[in-house]
Design a protein around this ligand. Structure first.
Ligand SMILES: C[S@@+](CC[C@H](N)C(=O)[O-])C[C@H]1O[C@@H](n2cnc3c(N)ncnc32)[C@H](O)[C@@H]1O
Length: 261
């Protein structure tokens, strides 16, 4: 059972404050993701100064990265706290984003009416929150609806086909330090028997750097994620009328781009 929008918004409202700890260097990730997405978009003729909508922007990982590459970026997410943090983070990078709270599955009714005709609409690392084929189809329909004809819908998703046999039980530990606090972050993955979804528990350990023998403070929170394979994503995008799929392999998060008719 994948959670509904209220539960997802609450999950990320609570995570917004330390979401960066999931990356060994979140600011470097912003630059790296922006570079990779810009390459994928430019390969489809969407070059800097084009208008891009990131409709699951979180704290701004890709939206800020694309703005750094010269794209004009609008960005939305279900979580108001993440939008607040994306606004604050964009200022620290010296870029401007248009930001709002909106539901990917209802962009037609939750985005400002003027947010339309984008050259590209993206969603990175978020389709796992969609629990069935109909919802995945709805997401692509909504993204295409905010894009201009001939524009690009781009999504990134972990390559679950590649890990289908192994069903990893955790992610590698990411270690960071912030304001004198040492942080260690990882996820525990408990797979459903059918291998199509897993309970993801995000765990963060923190301790003062001045007290290496001290007790760790532990916080954890869990949600259910859907392990969409590339073929599932293609099927939903094509059903939504998108065409000409291209996949580019970048580490564990391939980027898929589709053309809007
Ligand atoms: C794993 S985070 C990825 C955020 C960002 N793209 C990144 O890579 O850092 C997944 C994001 O999807 C958002 N999300 C999930 N379901 C959504 C929906 N229906 N509408 C808008 N955002 C949604 C969550 O709030 C969260 O910010």
């Amino acid at each position: 059972m994948v959670e509904g929008p209220e539960a997802i918004a609450k999950f990320y409202d609570e995570w917004a404050v330390d979401y960066d700890a999931a990356h060994s260097d979140w600011r470097a990730t912003v630059v790296a993701h922006g570079t990779l997405l810009a390459e994928a978009l430019a390969g489809r003729g969407i070059v800097p100064r084009a208008r891009v909508l990131d409709c699951t922007c979180g704290i701004g990982t890709q939206a800020i990265g694309l703005a750094l590459q010269g794209y004009v970026v609008s960005a939305s997410d279900l979580s108001a706290r993440e939008i607040d943090r994306a606004r604050a983070e964009s200022a620290t990078f010296g870029v401007e984003l248009d930001l709002t709270v909106a539901d990917l599955l209802h962009l037609d009714s939750t985005l400002p009416a003027s947010w339309r005709g984008f050259d590209a609409v993206i969603s990175a690392n978020s389709l796992t929150h969609l629990g069935d084929d109909d919802t995945l189809f709805a997401a692509f329909t909504q993204m295409a609806g905010r894009c201009r004809p001939g524009g690009v819908v781009a999504v990134t998703n972990r390559d679950y086909e590649a890990v289908a046999d192994r069903r990893p039980s955790s992610t590698p530990v990411q270690q960071t330090a912030l304001d004198g606090i040492r942080r260690a972050s990882f996820q525990l993955w408990d797979w459903a028997v059918d291998g199509h979804s897993y309970r993801m528990e995000d765990v963060l350990l923190s301790r003062s750097e001045e007290d290496p023998d001290g007790v760790w403070t532990v916080r954890s929170r869990a949600t259910t994620l859907h392990a969409w394979r590339p073929a599932d994503i293609d099927r939903a995008a094509f059903a939504a009328g998108l065409g000409d799929a291209e996949w580019t392999q970048h580490g564990h998060q391939p980027i898929a781009t589709f053309i809007v008719p």
